[in-house]
Design a protein around this ligand. Sequence first.
Ligand SMILES: Nc1ncnc2c1ncn2[C@@H]1O[C@H](COP(=O)(O)OP(=O)(O)O)[C@@H](O)[C@H]1O
Ligand SMILES: [Mg+2]
Length: 607
Amino acid sequence: MATTTRKKKTARKASTSGRVSAETLAKGQREISVSEFFAKNRHLLGFDNPRKALLTAVKEAVDNALDACEEAGILPEIHVRLLQKDESRFKLTIRDNGPGIVRAQIESIFGKLLYGSKFHRMKMSRGQQGIGISAAGMYGLMTTGKPVHIVSKTSRRKPPHDVVLKIDTSKNRAEVVKEKEDPKSDSLFPGGTGTQVVIELEGRYQKGRQSIDEYLEQTAIANPHAQITWITPTNETIEFPRAVDELPDEAKEIKPHPKGIELGTLIQMLERTESKSLSAFLQDEFSRVGQRKASELAKMADKLSSKTITPRSRVSQLGHAEAECLYKAIQEASIMAPPTDCLVPIGSRALLAGLLKEVQAEFFAAATRPPTVYRGNPFQMEVAIAFGGNLSSEESSRILRFANRVPLLYQQSACSSFKAVTETSWKNYGLTQPRNSLPVGPLVVLVHMASVWVPFTSESKEAIADYDEIRKEMKLALQECGRKLGTYLRRRKQMKKQSERRGIFERYIGEISTSCHAIVGTDPKKLYEALLKQATRKTREADQKLDLDGKIVSAKRLEQDDDVIILEERQVTMQEDGDEGLFDNDVVTTTKRKTRKKSKKKKKKTS
Ligand SMILES: Nc1ncnc2c1ncn2[C@@H]1O[C@H](COP(=O)(O)OP(=O)(O)O)[C@@H](O)[C@H]1O
Ligand SMILES: [Mg+2]
């Protein structure tokens, strides 16, 4: 009690006598560097606990490696190695065969937060904000005091440069500790170019859900063109072999769409543009604005403005009021939707192949929606589902989430895709679903969003923000897959019912024919055969043509669908050891899968 009174007294004293002047406050006011901010708020970047920190570091480096290889047109070959130094300290090495990084850029890329090549452009890529790899290095430095070690080779003819650097958080700048040109490291890059990053950091390694293993497995599903080698702390080598020998089509960069721009941004663009006239500005800075559309926008803005606005108006002469009129004109005008060839979906076939490889189910379906737009940003949704087989039928179904081919492992319930799955009525497709929850049953749902700008809910890029347009597209794709599943399940149920009926018929036909023989002397064999023929015909007819609602189910419809795969009687293969795979005990990892006997599988691929 005594302490509380004392506290109160001091508080009162401070508020009456110890007034702080604005000048005193001013002495404490200073700029905060971004790296200081994120060092304190490392959870915002995905470094909230030692296990997640390891995953985040791997993810940032692998995403960068994949981005760099694809941009350079190189089929990615990535090595990830995690060496345990003591209980909570690890040495992470990630190497790629990408284009490498020129010496002059190394400091900024690895030693400066918010520095990158992807933020200012509108192009589909894994990284976007320029925080990833430098943040991983910073986390390593904060937790172990060890600098980041980079080896990069940009040309076959030049030796690799080898740089050791620290990030000075107060200045958000790199401090080079050591550097040299090192021909000895040539052997790291047999392809002639590439980058290797080594970070020492605090962490905890554990397999299972949300692990590095899971991240790499899912990365392999969404990036079948990549070859990934993973050496675990227990010195186990896991290979994720390349499944397709072609790079995905190159994603094109686009300009912003006028409808996706806010007033403040428009004003800034007007201030910064190098174009002289309004017409040139509109055509140069935006997509889908040609000369005619620019004149139309100028004319519409002119009607709303007190000052005259023409296509030839000088941009420098346009004030705030005119910018606002132009903004209104843009909102009112009808402008063609942005080009969508900038998006590269994974594609139904590749998605199905990826799921087929990783999930032991019996029914697979995929749907790719046409591209569309949120806030002026083109995006495209893809969904694939796997059902039955070895998946558990008692648990909630599982969602595999991807954004621009990157698996998202945390913050599931904050993600738009989670909402889309729970809002879909899976009961319509024959599954049970508790209210506002995921459906229960042997179901895996894969959702992929491809976009020039994925709206993540935070800097750690774990969940997709819940825009109505995005959720709607997700739901449409889910429904498309759901309908196919529903058809399949109805058919399966009907088939089961008919085979039971046939069994009953067969049981009694024998009885009937012997009884008839005893009573009226008919030939029992003849009668038996005639009745059997009838029974088979009756049950077969019902089998193939009617579903439970009495609607006609055409088996051909599912079987001719390119986006559906039905496997009959999948072999239950037990895992060879106790490792947890992507789907607990149901699945064996890719490498192990390779050694499994294939012959037992009776596979019917219907396309
Ligand atoms: N392995 C790599 N190979 C080539 N360039 C890279 C590599 N890693 C990073 N970069 C370059 O460094 C930049 C910054 O990377 P990062 O901090 O992860 O931000 P982001 O990926 O969001 O742009 C990237 O934009 C890319 O230009
Ligand atoms: Mg990155």
